[in-house]
Each structure stands twice: as C-alpha cells, then as structure tokens.
Design a protein around this ligand. Structure first.
Ligand SMILES: Cc1ncc(COP(=O)(O)O)c(C=O)c1O
Length: 326
C-alpha cells in the first residue's frame, strides 16, 4: 500500500481493526505516573511502559496487524525481515502466533540476547554484515531466492497501523493528554501513534526524538524530501537509521509537530535516570523521550499532561555482570 493511494490520516476504523487483531495477543501496557519527572519539568508526566510488552518492545504490534492482511499464498511461503533486534522478535513471535514460517536477517554484531530470543520464537536467523543496511540486502536476496514476503521494519502502512494501537491505548487511558513524546528510528512507531492520536484528538501535540548522530527524519522534513545521511554517529539500535521511509516521512511531516535531537550520551544518562528513579529497565531508544524532557527540549505550558513512550526494554544487561552492588 503506498501513501498516494490511501487517505491520510488512516481512519479511526483502520486503527480499531488493527486493535482487534493486536489486543488478543498483547498486553495492555500501563501508563505509569512519574512524580519526580513532574517535579523536574513542571508537567504532569506519565510513562507508557511498553518494555512490559511481549517481546520486550512495541514491535510485536505491527506484524500482528500486517500478517492478517497477507494472502493465503503469502502465508504459505513465509515472511522475512531484517532487523537490529526488536523488529526481529516482533516478526518472529507474530509469525509463530499465525503459524507462518519466519526468516530473520541480522547484522553479525547484533546483541546475542536478541538473536537468542528471535531463535527462541522459532525463526530462522541469518547473520550478515555489520549494519542494518547490509543485513537488509541479504534479506532482499532471500526474498528473490525463496519467494518470502518481505516485512519492512517501518515503511509499511499496515505495519504502521499496528504500531498505532499503542497510541489508541494511550488516548483511551488518558483522554486529557496534551503532548506525546515518541522516539524516531525509521519513523514507523511515531507514524502510527501520531495518526491514531490525532484521529481521536487533533489537538494532541506529538514530538519526535532522534539521536543527533542520526537525525534523518529531522533533516528530511527540513529538506522537504527524504535524505540519506552520509554517516551515522549513533550506536543505539532503534535510532541508528541512515534513511527514513518515504511513507513515514510523508506521515511525520503532516502529523508530527516537532522533532528534537540529542546526543547518545544524553540518552544513556536518561537510561540510568529511568532505571534509578522509575525502577524501569529501558533500552536507549526508549529513554530518548525522557532524555528530551530532562534536557528541557519539550516546550509546553506548566501543568501540561505529557506522555513519554518507553518503547522497549531490550538492553544487554549482561554488560553489568561482574559489577559488585550495594
Ligand atoms: C525500542 C525501540 N524504540 C523505538 C524504535 C524506533 O522505531 P521506528 O523505527 O519505528 O521509528 C525502535 C526501532 O527499532 C525500537 O526498537
């Protein structure tokens, strides 16, 4: 489905249909209040705790909607995706739920726990290259060789509609919300969330957060067309994208009110802040909205009702093994 042939924003009905497909297989993740973030910012802040989602991130939502739209023949042949990790787990578990064979191409340096989790959901994992783009070329080759259906990690409207169910839950759980802050990698999550929110409440402001080392969406919106970044100075998988999608770009430039950026180091600080103060395990991409708040990048009237989307918690905690604690 291309953006030209579909009326935007996706209608409420599209998100309702997606929700009916996604909800039976997912958790309704909580909106947790953070008194401390409230005190620091002057806002009323809540955290959409999507690290509690199945597979540890929101990435299960999109495939659960997408697979319902595949033909019998496509389901029989199976699906393939390429991913730094979370999309892989989402595709793998959703495929298992639908009884579809899944192949996942990953970069060779992918986090071992994410590779193991993906295999654990029954997917075949093919390791290739050192960055998503290289793993992706491998996936395209396997599409040609094996006739698998390619499941894009962000640039697909049916996938986007599934990711948007997070926004639908959020607006139902807190109808008074004023501002929603969402991380941006390729732009799939924020595309779905912004359209789902605005289909219900056009006055909601949606703010995207990118790493300043990979500001592909901000630069594309500024340029008026999708740009490919020459280099990416960002190690946070999820935010580390060289070229955002055409569809996600079209959605973001219409429905996202603002994009802010900050360096990885500030995002790492925010990860620790969230673990320390909210007692939640977040991965880098998921800490980016909190980083934006802590660094004063979210401008809104005092008392505004603000949600940070904590999009996942799949961080490699094995790195901490051997530390001594008290
Ligand atoms: C935890 C997490 N948050 C945010 C993102 C960014 O999502 P998108 O690529 O849809 O913009 C990703 C992407 O992998 C992710 O894994």
């Amino acid at each position: 489905v291309s953006v030209e042939t579909v009326e935007l924003p996706l209608s409420r009905d599209v998100f309702e249909t997606a929700f009916a497909r996604v909800a039976p297989h997912t958790h309704r993740t909580p909106l947790l209040s953070s008194r401390m973030l409230g005190q620091l910012t002057g806002f009323d802040v809540r955290l959409k705790a999507e690290m509690f989602q199945r597979t540890g991130s929101y990435k299960i939502r999109g495939p659960l909607n997408k697979f319902a739209e595949l033909t019998e023949d496509e389901r029989r042949r199976g699906v393939i995706c390429s991913s730094a990790g979370n999309h892989a787990q989402g595709v793998a578990l959703a495929a298992q739920i639908y009884g579809i064979k899944a192949v996942v191409a990953m970069a060779e340096n992918a986090t071992p726990s994410k590779v193991a989790a993906t295999r654990g959901y029954g997917a075949e994992v093919v390791l290739h290259g050192s960055i998503w783009d290289e793993a992706n070329e491998k996936a395209q080759q396997l599409v040609r060789e094996r006739g698998l259906t390619y499941i894009h990690p962000f640039d697909d409207l049916q996938l986007i509609a599934g990711q948007g169910t997070l926004g639908l839950e959020l607006i139902r759980d807190w109808p008074d919300v004023d501002v929603v802050v969402v991380p941006i990698g390729g732009g799939g999550l924020i595309s779905g969330v912004s359209m789902a929110l605005k289909a219900h409440k056009p006055s909601v402001r949606v703010i995207g957060v990118e790493s300043s080392g990979a500001p592909g969406m901000r630069d594309s919106v500024r340029a008026g067309s999708v740009v490919t970044l020459d280099r990416v100075d960002c190690v946070i998988d999820g935010l580390r994208v060289k070229r955002v999608g055409q569809t996600t770009f079209e959605v973001v430039r219409r429905f996202v009110d603002e994009i802010v950026t900050l360096p990885d180091e500030k995002i790492f600080d925010a990860m620790l802040w969230v673990m320390n103060h909210a007692k939640l395990v977040v991965e880098g991409a998921a800490a980016a909205p909190v980083a934006a708040l802590l660094n004063g990048l979210v401008a809104a009237p005092a008392g505004s009702k603000v949600v940070c989307v904590l999009s996942g918690g799949n961080v490699n905690l094995d790195q901490l093994r051997g530390l001594r604690w008290n």
